[in-house]
Design a protein around this ligand. Structure first.
Ligand code: ATP
Ligand code: MG
Length: 541
């Protein structure tokens, strides 16, 4: 048997070793009311990952007990995102598949005197629930006979009452220290068209009642969920025991994944989309899996991150820079290198004529990746920020009279800057030193700065997109989400790229040397390079 690497796996190993369960069955339980985000990747890692590791199975379980918010569009997006992440499910199951069975179980509780129909309004129920220090007050309807309850419950189902006029409550204990056990509502009346069952039902089970039943009917052995359900576990167990489930699924809670500088709750993400603060659910700044995919982040890097972040019993917040460091590590090992310049500045080599090819490692971390050749010439573009008319101390890139190396090519000296009427530099004129060629430098000239370049004869115009985080830094942490929102987090800059970038496959990730990791794509015939993650590692390991 595989070795346990976290507390959930330890429980699984125990249960398998002592024969309590024959084979592991888990489920990943999204509610189809939005797109999956990176927090769900963690849940998938736990649910699919644990089953996979111990030779078990994991179902895709759509928790669709809330008809007013659920849509088929979300079901389709969720499926696509799970596949993209590299997981496959055993069965695709919906809570709504079990609506008849759940209703039958509810009738059984009613017949056995374990549930009653209550006429209190939602507000009245809330008001009589008590607090953490005070017990709740029993409903005046709690003493209804089983026969009366059964008749009323059937009438609820038949549509005799208005929405919210009555509900079904479990009869447990109004003075329980656990508020969830104070006669919780388990069925409500709601006239809403369900995305799968249409108008068949006007009563819907509550999550806490439906979930243990659906787990049991699927044969789930370990129901893995996040910590906010810890207080609900006694109710989960009450349902299982009251309905005589054997073997009873076991609920185990783990900590949610929280990342700094990101909003993770679907409710907020939905608001960003609806308010037009982002381009859509798949905006590259969104923490949705669709957004991360569109950003160019490889699925393997997300899985790797979930594994490295670990499975814990206590909530904490993970630095976004840690996630970025994992992505960077992955791309450093896998992304080919290329050159593009942001905000290009023309550079002319006065004493150079003709053209020649210079060699670059495709990926210097991968000896098998090989090299390729790039055409060098008289007229190039460098980045505007790599030349300064008024250089600060220790500026080793382009400055008048200074020497710098053009990456993998020659050392040049900047002789003259052409300046337009606005005082902007429009061109830099240089002299190159033929003996300084990279790999065969016998010029004796020292050049501390190295700048990258593209050849003006072959360069392609490109749009370069750079991003900041959607939420401002931790300094703003205490503030409301809308205050922290960084609306100016997308920057569009003009650039020039080497021709390889125009011909590479759409979606390919490159390391643009000295700039960062970028995804290439083509939009309306135009080359777009959009930032995946910056080059600099500012995470302190
Ligand atoms: P949200 O608050 O973002 O809407 P949710 O918990 O309502 O999230 P569900 O669709 O109900 O979203 O979640 C499916 C599963 O994913 C649940 O088991 C939930 O606990 C888990 N999950 C959701 N967010 C996270 C997270 N940040 N970290 C780990 N697991 C998560
Ligand atoms: Mg939810």
């Amino acid at each position: 048997m595989a070795e346990a690497s976290n507390f959930i796996e330890q429980i699984v190993v125990e249960d398998l070793s002592n024969g309590k369960v024959g084979a592991v069955q888990t489920r990943f339980p999204p509610e189809p009311n939005g797109y999956l985000h990176i927090g769900h990747a963690k849940s998938m890692f736990v649910n699919f990952g644990t089953a996979e590791k111990f030779g078990g199975k994991c179902n895709l379980f759509f928790d669709d007990t809330n008809p007013s918010k659920e849509k088929t569009e979300f079901v389709d997006a969720i499926r696509a995102d799970i596949r993209w992440l590299g997981y496959s499910w055993e069965r695709e199951v919906y809570a709504s598949d079990f609506f008849d069975r759940i209703y039958e179980y509810a009738e059984r509780l009613v017949k056995e005197g374990k549930a009653f129909v209550c006429d209190l309004s939602a507000d009245e129920i809330r008001a009589t629930r008590g607090t953490l220090t005070e017990p709740g007050v029993e409903s005046p309807y709690r003493k209804r006979s089983a026969e009366e309850n059964l008749q009323l419950f059937r009438e609820m189902k038949a549509g005799k009452f208005a929405d919210g006029e009555k509900c079904l409550r479990a009869k447990i204990d109004m003075s329980s220290p656990n508020v969830n056990l104070r006669d919780p509502v388990i069925y409500r009346i709601l006239r809403a068209t369900h995305h799968r069952t249409g108008d068949k039902w006007c009563v819907y089970p509550m999550y806490d009642f439906a979930h243990p039943i659906c787990d049991y009917l699927q044969g789930v052995t370990h129901s893995l969920c996040t910590l906010e359900f810890e207080d609900h576990r006694p109710l989960y167990d009450w349902v299982g025991v009251s309905l005589g489930f054997t073997p009873k699924p076991r609920q185990i809670e783990f900590a949610r994944l929280n990342l700094t500088n990101l909003v993770m709750s679907k409710r907020y993400l939905k608001k960003l989309v609806e308010d037009g603060a982002v381009h859509g659910w798949d905006d590259p700044r969104m923490p949705t899996l669709a957004g991360l995919r569109n950003r160019g982040i490889p699925a393997a890097a997300i899985r790797d991150f979930c594994e490295r972040a670990g499975v814990a019993k206590a909530n904490s917040e993970c630095e976004i820079s840690y996630f970025e460091a994992v992505v960077r590590d992955y791309l450093n090992a896998h992304a080919p290198r290329a050159m593009a310049v942001v905000d290009p500045l023309k550079l002319t080599i006065s004493n150079y004529e003709g053209t020649e090819e210079v060699a670059f490692d495709i990926n210097q971390t991968d000896p098998d990746a090989g090299t390729r050749k790039i055409a060098f010439g008289k007229t190039l573009y460098i980045e505007r920020s790599d030349f300064s008319l008024d250089p600060p101390p220790k500026y080793f890139r382009g400055k008048i009279g200074g020497y710098m190396r053009l990456k993998n090519a020659y050392i040049v000296r900047c002789d003259e800057a052409v300046v337009n009427e606005n005082g902007e530099v429009t061109e830099v004129k240089c002299t190159y030193f033929p003996e300084s060629r990279s790999g065969d430098d016998h010029s004796g000239i020292k050049a501390k700065g190295v700048v990258h370049w593209v050849n003006a004869d072959t360069a392609v115009d490109t749009e370069i997109r750079q991003y900041e985080h959607l939420l401002r830094d931790a300094d703003y942490a205490g503030q409301d989400f809308t205050e922290r929102l960084n609306l100016e987090s997308e920057h569009i800059i003009y650039g020039k790229a080497e021709p390889l970038l125009a011909t590479a496959g759409d979606g390919t990730a490159f390391q643009l040397m000295r700039t960062g990791y970028y995804k290439k794509c083509c939009e309306n015939g135009k080359l777009v390079l959009s930032e995946i993650v910056s080059l600099k590692d500012n995470f302190n390991k």
